[in-house]
Design a protein around this ligand. Structure first.
Ligand SMILES: Cc1ncc(COP(=O)(O)O)c(C=O)c1O
Length: 429
């Protein structure tokens, strides 16, 4: 580790210049900075409605003109400034992979860690960079010290990869999983908190909270649940896959011990990038998924032993963070919520149409789910695509049935008008 650190110091300045340029490249940022003049005196909520400004943001992406992609919940496209960086670093890597990857780009990881920590609002000693939320959260789920009979509280509406990891521990080690079943949407924070606290027992050691439920976009009051858990000595793991760079918050605001997210969703970072946060005093006792030579160290870097990974993808995260800053967290959140409300308010009172997502700001943002009486989600989704070339995600999971719609900052209002036309057609069918 020491040798590595001294090398990093030497290589740091070169890598910093090459890989995490502080100024966004010519294609995107000067335009965005110029466009900002249009909205600089507006509140984020007012700026969210300024189509002239958002038109500039739309131009920064290279999305297909032939389909309307309203499934940004799964994975998002990258603005061209990020795509260009991936290509640039890839070409550089191919000039001499082991030299340019391990001696140049690898050293850029420390400045990237600093950037991500700044965006997340925590110490850089609490951020590990990896490939996705599955890896980040799996590290925690499989790495916590738990023994037979210890209990974990989670919900049936959490993401399958996380549930599967917990179930493996149940099978292998005899821990006990206490599932909550949420009837979504819920518009009362206390009701949600109560469901969690009622599931706590004296043997509960961990609670997992999905900040935004991916199936419907429901936001859970993480901080309140965490406070109740902490009062009973229960550790808190947050799945932030859908809220990082989507909602305007800092990780410490959630009062959690562990947090994982993908960066290829709402941050628009390269596909296959993610991040793990572990509170400083919890690092030592959490076992890494792929150990280094000191798996009980309190160095967050012990979670980054991934073997050979894509350095171009990792390093281009820096450009995505710059792009995020150019828009601004709060402005982005307001725009995403505005886009959701734009279509959802137009369809909510249509006969046969049901929104499975609350439109109150505390409970949703960009993601929403709707259903049409008498139609299966798969049928709605396939008609949306075949007739309107609108790509969405059909959801059938536990007690949830509907179609998920997820616009992103590059989505123009006319695409949402098309969605409204399509839902109008389907509801009349
Ligand atoms: C709530 C939630 N958690 C975790 C994940 C896993 O993300 P990834 O596939 O990027 O690892 C997803 C993916 O959609 C998700 O929705």
């Amino acid at each position: 580790m020491n040798n590595r650190r001294s090398f990093i110091k030497k290589a740091g300045s070169l890598a910093g210049a090459l890989s995490v340029t502080p100024i966004l490249n010519a294609l995107a940022i000067p335009h965005i900075q110029e466009a900002e003049k249009i909205i600089q005196d507006l509140t984020p909520a007012e700026a969210a409605r300024n189509e002239e400004y958002w038109h500039t943001i739309q131009q920064a992406y290279t999305v297909s003109p032939n389909i309307i992609n309203l499934n940004n919940g799964g994975v998002s496209p990258q603005p061209s400034v990020v795509q260009d960086a991936v290509e640039r670093y890839n070409r550089l890597s191919n000039e001499g992979p082991s030299y340019f990857m391990w001696r140049i780009l690898d050293a850029g990881r420390e400045s990237l860690r600093m950037k991500l920590a700044d965006l997340a609002g925590c110490s850089l000693e609490e951020i590990a960079i990896n490939r996705n939320a599955t890896e980040a959260l799996g590290t925690v789920i499989l790495g916590l010290n738990l023994k037979k009979g210890d209990e974990v509280v989670l919900t049936k509406q959490d993401y399958p990869n996380m549930l599967q990891a917990w179930k493996q521990r149940e099978m292998r080690e005899g821990i006990k999983l206490n599932f909550i079943n949420l009837e979504l949407p819920i518009e009362n924070e206390e009701t949600i908190v109560q469901q969690f606290t009622q599931a706590f027992t004296p043997r509960t050691k961990v609670v997992m909270i999905t900040h935004m439920i991916n199936w419907t976009g429901q936001i859970l009051p993480v901080k309140k649940i965490a406070t109740a858990a902490k009062a009973k000595g229960i550790e808190v793991l947050v799945d932030g896959a859908h809220t990082f760079a989507h909602l305007d918050y800092k990780i410490p605001d959630l009062d959690c011990d562990y947090y994982g997210t993908s960066l290829h969703k709402w941050l628009s970072a390269p596909i296959g990038s993610g991040m793990l946060y572990v509170k400083k005093d919890k690092i030592k006792s959490l076992w890494p998924l792929f150990p280094n030579n000191n798996p009980q160290a309190d160095d967050i870097r012990k979670f980054e032993v991934l073997g050979t990974r894509s350095f171009p993808i990792e390093q281009a995260i820096g450009q995505a963070v710059n792009f995020q800053h150019a828009i601004g967290n709060k402005r982005k959140e307001e725009r995403l919520r505005y886009l959701k409300n734009y279509w959802a308010e137009k369809v909510e009172s249509m006969p046969r149409v049901k929104l499975n997502t609350s439109l109150k700001p505390a409970y949703s943002c960009a993601l929403a789910n709707f259903s049409i009486e008498g139609m299966e989600p798969g049928e709605i989704e396939s008609t949306l695509f075949s007739k309107y070339k609108i790509h969405t995600s059909p959801i059938v999971w536990e007690n949830i049935k509907g179609v998920r719609v997820a616009p992103h900052v590059y989505t123009p209002l006319k695409d949402l008008d098309r969605l409204v036309d399509a839902i109008t057609y389907l509801a009349k069918k």
